[in-house]
Structure formats: structure tokens, C-alpha cells
Design a protein around this ligand. Structure first.
Ligand SMILES: Nc1ncnc2c1ncn2[C@@H]1O[C@H](COP(=O)(O)OP(=O)(O)O)[C@@H](O)[C@H]1O
Ligand SMILES: [Mg+2]
Length: 444
């Protein structure tokens, strides 16, 4: 870096730091270390961040989660610190909950319940979940949003923007403009529990005849934009099954696969947040699916591209692969970039390639896809980088998230057969029609 570049860069950083507060400080230190060779005491600084952010709840977690999908975005220590915040933030107290419930329903809201747990049972990223019992004895979960989350989300998005731009000054492997737009859109949607309720109803329709997944039933009259009342679903966390019998683990894996990919290949919708808090497992090994706040809806053309890429890779057909990436929304794919992208795609698709029972990935080296991701990242950097299209972000995240679930379960499944079963009747136009019809039913 030349002197003048270095000066303008540090000016830039100072400006960021002023605007961004704590995360700004983090970014400054991060960038100074990478760029100016200043040594950074990561542990100490991570602790500082934790102390300073200790009281802030909310979508900052998205930054942490995302950082797992873009190598080098944040050092692991920071990602871990950010994750830590969510579980340790203090909940809203009972007085406050009563006030919030009155504001959402009415001052007589308690008349709708025979019981309402004063303490939150679970933390949510933008609020908290209370267990309650309705007059008809049904047990429900009330997800209640904290006040002023819009401004928290905007503040967070500004911080994310800053982290991205700092990242971008020293690393051009992944151009983050579209990623940022996508995250912005999804996060803003996540604020709207009415939208989430509708998506829950859409999923109920999609899985009307499927036994392997349970969707909470929504109570529309007890739900608002900031309160979601739904049937309580009992189950166990996935990790409790890590050491279960092989058949059990494989059944759970198959049920997860259908739960994620039936909506995707038949309706062009994917649940973009397959992290461990968002589902539990029932006694019958079915999936209780939670959290409809981060849904990605695709055009049929994109799904067609996903399927095309599969066949292109299987047949080693490069021109078909380029066409498929273009349908995904990638631009300016050179031969060299194609090879690198194919490396990632081959990894993601590899369990679907052969008609046999197999693990999701051959080597079990801790984090699903981590070594391939960092290799791809390194090579993209050399080639001047790519700009992943918006559609790629959560589709990729879902695939990686599910992959790591299957890896934890050490599942051995014939993925090829389930995949082919899901795509056998694929038709782009029919998908679009089906999707439109389903969205219309709930006026989404
Ligand atoms: N219908 C439900 N039945 C039982 N537990 C639920 C239900 N809905 C949510 N939860 C619990 O509450 C937590 C937070 O809910 P979630 O919808 O995931 O919130 P967020 O969108 O903020 O992540 C979940 O991880 C789950 O443990
Ligand atoms: Mg959740």
C-alpha cells in the first residue's frame, strides 16, 4: 500500500470508528492489524466488546452467523463473542412483558389465557418466547418482540455495512454488495411477525400431507406484527441424538432433508436459518420446525438453475454449468472462475451424485465445508473475486447448515434418491404457478 493510500485508509477507518461505536472499534483494530501490522490483543478486545455490548440484544447475531459463511469476515474470536451475547442478554421482566402484551392485544389480554408464564422460556433474537395456556387448554408459545427493534436493526445493518467495507478493503474474494442487500431485506422482514405468521401458514399448506414435519398452528386473533401466538411443540434438541442408534440418526437426517428441500424444489421457498434452535425432534423422530422469519422465496428460474448445475457437474458439461451460474445470477464467469466455483458446487452436490448410501462428506474434519470454503476463497481472491448474487446467500447458508447437521448425526443415507424424488416432476412454470397460488392464499 502506498503512503497516500494508507493515509486515506486510516482516515476512513477513523470515520467508521466514530459512526460505529463499539463495532467500529473492533473494525478499526481488525483492519489495523491486517493492514498496518499493528498487533492486536484479540482476547482482550473480545472481552471489551462483550462488556460493552452486554446489554444489547438483537440482530447483531446475524453478523456472527454470517461470518461463518464468509471466511475471513471476522476472526473466529469475534464471531464467538457475538454469539455469546445472545444467550447471555437479560430478558424482559414481568412488568415490562405485561405492558408489551397490553400494547399488542389490549389491557384485558390476560383474559385469553388460563396461564401465562411470567418468565420467558426461550430467548428469541428480536424478542422472547413465553409458554402459556389458552382457555381451551391448548398450550401455546407467545413470541413477543422487544420494543424499538426497527432502530436496533438499522443500527445493526449499519455496523454490518461497515464490517463488510472493512473486509472489502483487504479482501476482494467475495464482493459483498448483493450479500448486504439480501441480509438487509431478510432482516427487515424478520421484524414483521405478521409476515412470519403467513409463512407459517404457507408451510402448513405445503406439508399438509407430510407426517415427518410439524408446523406450529397460529392463533391469528392473538397475533400481531410484534406478537406471534402459536401452538407449543414439544421435542428434544437434535444434539441429544448424536449418539442414538444408526437407524434413528438416519431417519432424522432424511426428515430434515425433506423438511428443507420439499419447499425449495416444489415451491421455490427455503428456510434460511437451519441453526440448532430452530427445530426440535419428536418421539417419532419428526421435525418440529420453528422460526419462519428468514424465508427466501425464489423464482422458478433460479431453482431450474440449481437443478441444471447438478446435471452440468454430473456430466462435466462446462457450457451448461456457465449457463446455470448465469441463471443463479452470477456475472462475468471466466473459465478460471468457473473452475473455482465448480469446486464449491461439487462439494455441496457431491452427496447427490451417486446412487448409493453415503455420508454427507467423506472426511470428518470438524466444520462442514470449512476447508473447501477457505480454498475456494483463496483462489477467488487471486482471480479478482466474484460477486455472489442475492439468491445465493441463504440458499448456500441452508445447504451448509444442513450439511453440518448431517455431519453431526454421522448420517448415512442415499441422498441421491431423495433428491431425485424431489426433482423428478420439476417444471419451472408449474412451480411458479404453485408458488403464486400458495402465497395468494394468505395474501403474502
Ligand atoms: N411453537 C413453539 N413451540 C415450542 N418452542 C418454540 C416455539 N416457537 C419457538 N420456540 C422456541 O423459542 C425459540 C425462539 O423462537 P424463534 O422463532 O426461533 O425466534 P427467533 O426468530 O428470534 O430466532 C426457539 O429456538 C424455540 O426453542
Ligand atoms: Mg430462531
Amino acid at each position: 500500500m502506498s503512503d497516500s493510500e494508507s493515509i486515506s485508509f486510516s482516515k476512513q477507518i477513523k470515520r467508521y470508528a466514530k459512526v460505529g461505536g463499539v463495532v467500529g472499534k473492533l473494525a478499526t483494530k481488525l483492519a489495523s492489524q491486517k493492514y498496518l501490522g499493528i498487533k492486536l490483543d484479540k482476547d482482550k478486545h473480545a472481552l471489551e466488546i462483550r462488556n460493552a455490548l452486554g446489554n444489547i440484544k438483537g440482530p447483531l447475531m446475524k453478523v456472527a452467523q454470517l461470518s461463518a459463511t464468509i471466511p475471513d469476515l471476522l476472526p473466529d474470536e469475534y464471531a464467538r463473542e457475538l454469539m455469546h451475547l445472545q444467550s447471555n442478554a437479560p430478558p424482559m421482566g414481568w412488568l415490562f412483558v405485561k405492558r408489551r402484551m397490553s400494547a399488542e392485544l389490549s389491557s384485558t389480554w390476560q383474559k385469553n389465557f388460563v396461564k401465562f408464564d411470567k418468565e420467558a422460556t426461550k430467548a428469541a433474537s428480536l424478542g422472547q418466547v413465553h409458554r402459556a395456556i389458552l382457555l381451551n387448554k391448548k398450550i401455546v408459545a407467545c413470541k413477543l418482540q422487544y420494543p424499538d427493534m426497527e432502530s436496533a436493526v438499522s443500527a445493526d445493518l449499519n455496523q454490518l455495512k461497515m464490517i463488510f467495507s472493512i473486509y472489502q478493503t483487504y479482501n476482494k474474494a467475495i464482493k459483498t454488495e448483493e450479500v448486504y442487500k439480501e441480509v438487509t431485506q431478510r432482516l427487515k422482514e424478520e421484524l414483521n411477525y405478521e409476515r412470519e405468521r403467513k409463512l407459517m401458514q404457507i408451510f402448513s399448506n405445503i406439508f399438509l400431507n407430510s407426517k415427518y414435519v410439524n408446523i406450529p398452528e397460529v392463533y391469528e386473533k392473538l397475533s400481531t406484527k410484534r406478537l406471534l401466538t402459536m401452538s407449543w411443540l414439544d421435542g428434544q434438541p437434535l444434539l441429544n441424538f448424536k449418539d442414538a442408534r444408526k437407524e434413528v440418526r438416519n431417519t432424522i437426517a432424511k426428515n430434515m432433508f425433506y423438511t428443507w428441500y420439499k419447499p425449495f424444489y416444489e415451491y421455490g421457498i427455503i428456510h434460511g436459518d437451519p441453526h440448532l434452535g430452530n427445530y426440535t425432534i419428536t418421539k417419532d423422530l419428526n421435525i418440529n420446525l420453528f422460526d419462519y422469519g428468514c424465508m427466501r422465496i425464489f423464482k422458478g428460474k433460479f431453482i431450474q438453475g440449481v437443478i441444471d448445475l447438478y446435471f452440468a457437474l454430473q456430466k462435466n458439461d462446462n457450457s451448461r454449468a456457465i449457463h446455470a451460474y448465469e441463471q443463479w445470477g452470477f456475472k462475468g464467469i471466466t473459465k478460471a472462475k468457473l473452475e473455482v466455483l465448480n469446486k464449491w458446487a461439487s462439494f455441496i452436490y457431491s452427496p447427490l451424485m451417486k446412487d448409493k448410501i453415503q455420508k454427507i462428506q467423506e472426511s470428518d474434519n470438524g466444520i462442514y465445508g470449512a476447508s473447501v470454503a477457505s480454498e475456494v476463497h483463496r483462489e477467488l481472491k487471486k482471480l479478482g473475486g466474484v460477486k455472489p448474487p442475492k439468491e445465493f446467500v441463504f440458499m448456500d447458508r441452508a445447504a451448509v447448515g444442513l450439511g453440518s447437521v448431517f455431519m453431526h448425526l454421522k448420517a448415512e443415507v442415499n441422498w441421491y434418491q431423495i433428491f431425485h424424488q424431489l426433482i423428478q416432476n420439476f417444471d419451472e412454470k408449474k412451480l411458479n404457478q404453485r408458488q403464486q397460488k400458495t402465497l395468494k392464499l394468505v395474501k403474502l
